[in-house]
Write a protein that binds this ligand. Structure first.
Ligand SMILES: [Zn+2]
Length: 83
């Protein structure tokens, strides 16, 4: 592989690592997003609700499922940050 390419790849992985670290540490308290849902299924148990949002601080995309992450879902849905 080209030397320059190797150097770029090294930088990318280092930066990706740094970004992941920031995103892990972030509390995602400044998000913009919306409530989504898949309803009207034949079986009502298949209906699902989730929040799709992006953290304005760390840039992470958040997908919060109402069933899997109940507390978090409630917190965000009442935060006023979600449309
Ligand atoms: Zn965040």
């Amino acid at each position: 592989m080209d030397k320059q390419v190797v150097a770029i790849k090294k930088k990318i992985s280092k930066l990706t690592e740094q970004l992941l670290y920031i995103q892990q540490e972030c509390l995602h308290e400044n998000v913009v997003g919306e409530m989504k849902g898949d309803t009207g299924n034949w079986c009502q148990q298949d209906d699902s609700y989730w929040i799709s949002a992006d953290c304005q601080d760390c840039g992470k995309h958040l997908h919060i499922d109402s069933k899997k992450e109940r507390d978090l879902y409630r917190k965000y849905s009442m935060s006023g940050m979600i449309k």
